[in-house]
Unconditional design. Sequence first.
Length: 331
Amino acid sequence: MTIFGYLFLYIIIISFSIFYTDIFHKKIEKTILLSFISIALSMYLFGIIGYLQIGVITISILSIALLIFTILKNIKKGTLKALEEKTITTGGIFFTIVFFVFIIVTLRRELTNWDQFSYWSIATKDMFYSNQILVSIQNFIQYPPIPTVLQYFFMKIIGEYSQGIEIFTIWIFSISFLLPLFEKTNGKKIANIMISLIILCVPAIFQMLIFYESSYPDALLGIIIGELSYLYFREKDSKYKFISIALTMALLTLTKPTGVIIAIILWFTFALFEILTKRNLKQKLKEIIFSKEAKILYITLLIIVLTYASWMLYRKIVDTKTEYTIGEILR
């Protein structure tokens, strides 16, 4: 049953990725990340309204529906071959290999790091069995729920709670941020091999964060910062760039308490870059304020604020309900 769960999980991720590949006309190595982020943020939205289980079912059905829609659409347009070329790529093959290798090396694995017992594994296990965010641990540390909701989704699809699935989730999620590097290889074998090694080694650089020995999201924060910087300064496709940055900023805000601070610092960095660049081009202040880039930054900032506010509001509601319940018990 477990292996079929992993296989179905793979199909869900790839289904969303193929849909995004068709929408943005990008190779799949640049859309797998959007697949993960979409699942994580969707699960967060279902979680704060109290329907985590329904979220799992909805996302699963939607992924298959989008895959069928995308295939039928391309058959009708006669572009199925072009879609296939964007899907079966070096980056896509690398992801597939790593996905199943990670399954093997994390299967039934147990974690022994201290924070697994003080928060991370407790939070995930609590969510898995209660199907709610912040229940029995709500009086202790209250970290934002990503990547816990993503781990929850993985476990529900696979069909069991396991610390091995916790670490598998963090590993494969983090790797997805680095897959766009394959875009720069131009199909050269040596370059592909080098990029593959770099992707596997980069997370290990964060030695103090013990990436390959835990399910901590600390190294993930660093990877997200790198991805956002790469997107902003290197990505040329404005549509893909805006949507990717907006979704990733929301994700960053919900990853750890420091996530919102990092998101705001990055936002100010991008804003300062735009101001200095446009001033060098002799643009007036009014032109800078109402430029296309400025409008995108305004929307991105709004997304950060609303995402953070939604989490603070949810925490307040949960705390109020808990205080009322305890009061009733005491009375």
